[in-house]
Structures are given as C-alpha cells and as structure tokens.
Design a protein around this ligand. Structure first.
Ligand code: 4NP
Length: 170
C-alpha cells in the first residue's frame, strides 16, 4: 500500500472503443505496464470495454497482439460490452473516437458521470493537435496498428501525468 493512500479505494480507469479487441485492450495493456513501471499498481486499476458486444469473449485481434508483442506487451484481456454500471463504478472513462464518445455520453445518467468521460486524444503529448481521435485500425493494414500503438503510448504517458497531478501521487 502506498504511504499516502491509506485504505482509500483505487482510482479506476476504463478504456473504451467499438469492439474492445483493438484499441482499448491495447490501451489497457500499455497503461498496466506504465502503472507497474511507476510502482502505482496498488493505487490505480485498469480495464477496457466496447460499446458493441460484437466480439464478446474474444481475445484482442491477432494483428494488435502481434504489434504489441514487438514492443514487449502482452495484450490478453477478454472483450466485453460496456454497461451503465461502468459509468458509475469507474473514475475515468477514456474513449477512443468521437462516435464512441457520443455513445458513452448518451449512457451517462447525470452530470457527475458525464464529467468522467474523456477522449483519449485529450492526453496526447508529442502528438498533441495532430490527432483528435485514435483511428480505428480494424479494416486497415499493419501500419494502422503501429500508429494506434504510437498514439496510445503517448496518451498513456499524458494520462498518468494528469492523474498523478490530480490525485497528488508521487
Ligand atoms: P476496436 O476496433 O474498436 O479498436 O476494437 C474494431 C474492432 C472490430 C470492428 C470494428 C472496429 N468490427 O467492425 O467488428
């Protein structure tokens, strides 16, 4: 347990895309690694979900797993559909593109839930202003998956910095 945290509940992050087999499980895997590298695994927990249930129960897309492995990640979460309960139980809901953002916003039951919903690109640092969505790689080639990983690695760094600042974590 982190000395400043006492018995407080963990900060809960949920990454959301359409299928929960490409972008959001990659974000989950990258963020999990980053949290461990920063020794914050007792303070922050991470999950992912899709606005569709099209791939429910599946592992991440093989192309994403392969590109992830090349960078030392193991993307191994199981696809699940986003629920209304997620909007109350998670603290930060990070959405990959505008369409999914609209869907998630439409599920918020009050202002408090709506305030938790952010576009992942809001946390970009190096790629700031170059991308306002994490592009859907599903129908493209390997370069699209590489781009997604470049953007997610950048945004995860920015997100962790923002969380550390907001929650006064060292
Ligand atoms: P994701 O990518 O939303 O990043 O998981 C997609 C996965 C599946 C489909 C579309 C996008 N699909 O049409 O099945």
């Amino acid at each position: 347990m982190h000395p400043t945290q006492g018995k407080k509940k963990k900060i809960r992050l949920l990454f959301v895309c359409l299928g929960n087999i490409c972008r959001s499980p990659a974000a989950e895997g990258i963020m999990t690694d980053l949290i461990k590298k920063n020794g914050l695994q007792d303070l922050i927990e991470v999950d992912s979900a899709g606005t569709s249930g099209w791939h429910e129960g599946e592992l991440p897309d093989e192309r994403m797993r392969l590109q992830g492995e090349k960078r030392g990640y193991d993307f191994c979460s199981t696809s699940r559909k986003l629920t209304r309960q997620d909007l109350s139980s998670f603290d930060y809901i990070l959405v990959m593109d505008e369409n999914n953002y609209k869907t998630v916003r439409s599920m918020a039951s009050d202002k408090e839930e709506a305030k938790k919903i952010h576009l992942m690109t809001d946390y970009l640092v190096q790629y700031r202003k170059l991308y306002d969505q994490i592009p859907d790689p599903y129908y493209g080639d390997a370069s699209g998956f590489e781009l997604v990983l470049d953007l997610l690695e950048d945004a995860c760094e920015g997100l962790l910095l923002a969380i550390k600042k907001a929650h006064q974590l060292s």
